[in-house]
Ligand binder design. Structure first.
Ligand SMILES: Cc1ncc(COP(=O)(O)O)c(C=O)c1O
Length: 461
């Protein structure tokens, strides 16, 4: 691995790899500016090498895998099969004792964890920090125990321990990094705790994968991680590919997740013999091009070195946290230590709704942030209750604005964000904004009234 040692490393070179970084976007007044994309926690753009690899597969190598004798199919099969090793090596996995299963998104990968542990006795612990995708798949299969967040938004480890002591627990399902605050729990301490109480641990690494080195460790290590779920679209590759890494002994004991083509070695009118993982759970044709692109993105990250990626993004996060803190009327949610976070900052500006703030940043500064509740309603409610911020009286479901950094962001980008947020605190925007109701041109009177619908706020010219 190239951690910290890429001799040709140069951030300008990295930025130049991302065509999106040069994209011009129109502002409300007709001017144009270069986009400042700060929505990496939702999805990340692909660098040129990933786009090229994807296009090459589609143009020259496109064929289905595993069932063909012809050249294209054999080549596609070989390339696809190499992706298992690329993914597993990147997270420190072991393909003899563990298996990588390719799926479509993180939610599906987590749902496969829930499926695989379902027959085991005991309960599942989830936490108050989770994205709905690391909560609802477990709830679908039975009641869950919920570990509390502390007031600052970190995980209450003592409560996790208490729940483990007083219940029979089969799995601790926890995020590797929050998609709201970027805060990272001590995953290996949690793993030790879970294993000491006979439970497994599953990490939702949707956010972590592309920003900090993951090491699942040897399965004999009491601090090893049992399951890792993550997706390509948050790791610089296209939508539609994800993976689950998990222990073979358990994955092969579970019934096939999606029985169908590729999952069985022999099928008669009355019975089917299913193959071991990964094919056992990979029913139907996988997203072959997407998986190849994901593997290419992983190689790209590895070439830079995850330590370098982390250091760069920590520098951006520290600068952004300090800049935000210096502006009166801005609340940044979550624990204060920037080094315990990924580059994800969720904030509110006093007296300005998150919807208006995000719309103004987009329309007047070309800054792409996300706003709302980030599919983590329990956590957002907790943060807003304990840390305050904007709430509008008529607004039953208040939210926040999220800026999230990626590998090609720069300190200048951070300064541009800070300037935009300062302008928001001074209510210095130039446009007038109205919200249009879902799917119609009807004008909604307050910008808060349309939340939770598919809404868009447009500036008046
Ligand atoms: C922490 C976390 N978990 C899970 C998901 C769901 O990911 P996907 O859209 O790939 O299913 C997300 C998406 O934002 C996320 O941030």
């Amino acid at each position: 691995m190239a951690d910290g040692s890429s001799p040709l490393f140069d951030w300008d070179q990295v930025c130049a790899e991302f065509p999106i970084a040069c994209r011009k976007v129109p502002l409300f007044d007709g001017r144009e500016t270069t986009i400042l994309y700060l929505d990496h926690a939702a999805s990340t753009h692909a660098p040129r090498c990933v786009l090229d690899r994807y296009t090459r597969f589609m143009a020259d190598e496109y064929a289905n895998i595993h069932r063909g004798t012809h050249l294209l199919s054999r080549t596609a099969t070989k390339t696809f099969d190499e992706c298992y090793t690329t993914v597993s090596s990147f997270i420190g996995g072991d393909l003899d004792r563990g298996a990588v299963v390719f799926l479509g998104n993180t939610t599906q990968a987590i749902d496969l964890v829930a499926h695989v542990v379902d027959p085991l006795p005991g309960k599942v612990i989830v936490t108050e920090l989770e994205h709905h995708s690391n909560d609802l798949p477990y709830r679908k299969r039975g009641p869950v125990l919920r570990a509390r967040a502390r007031e600052d938004g970190s995980l209450d480890m003592d409560h996790v321990r208490d729940l483990l002591r007083s219940n029979q627990v089969k799995l601790v399902a926890v995020t590797g990094a929050s998609n709201v605050t970027g805060w990272m729990p001590d995953i290996h301490a949690l793993a030790r705790m879970a294993h000491e109480h006979g439970a497994l641990i599953a990490l939702d690494c949707a956010q972590l994968l592309a920003h900090k080195r993951i090491d699942v460790r040897d399965m004999d290590d009491p601090e090893h991680i049992d399951f890792i779920a993550a997706a390509g679209h948050k790791a610089y590759s296209p939508f539609g590919s994800s993976f689950l890494y998990g222990p073979r002994w358990l994955m092969d004991q579970a019934p096939p997740y999606l029985p169908g083509g590729g999952t069985a070695s022999r099928v008669s009118k009355r019975s089917a013999e299913f193959v071991p993982s990964p094919d056992r759970h990979q029913g139907g044709t996988p997203n072959i091009g997407g998986v190849i692109a994901l593997a290419e993105a992983i190689k790209f990250l590895d070439k830079i070195g995850m330590q370098r990626v982390r250091e760069h993004e920590m520098e951006l996060t520290r600068r952004a946290m300090a800049g935000m803190k210096a502006i009166e009327g801005v609340t940044v949610y979550g624990p204060e230590d920037p080094d315990a976070r990924l580059g994800v900052l969720t904030f509110n500006v006093a007296g300005v709704s998150d919807l208006l703030a995000a719309a103004v940043l987009s329309e007047e500064r070309g800054i792409a942030c996300r706003n709302g509740r980030f599919c983590a309603h329990v956590y957002v409610d907790h943060l807003l209750a304990h840390q305050g911020g904007y709430t509008a009286e008529r607004d039953a479901t208040p939210g926040a604005v999220r800026a999230s950094f990626g590998i090609y962001n720069t300190v200048e980008d951070v300064d541009r964000l800070i300037e935009g947020v300062e302008m928001l605190t001074q209510k210095g925007w130039k446009g007038r904004y109205k919200v249009f109701g879902p799917g119609s041109t009807e004008v909604v009177q307050t910008e808060a009234a349309a939340r939770c619908n598919d809404h868009w706020m447009a500036p008046e010219q």
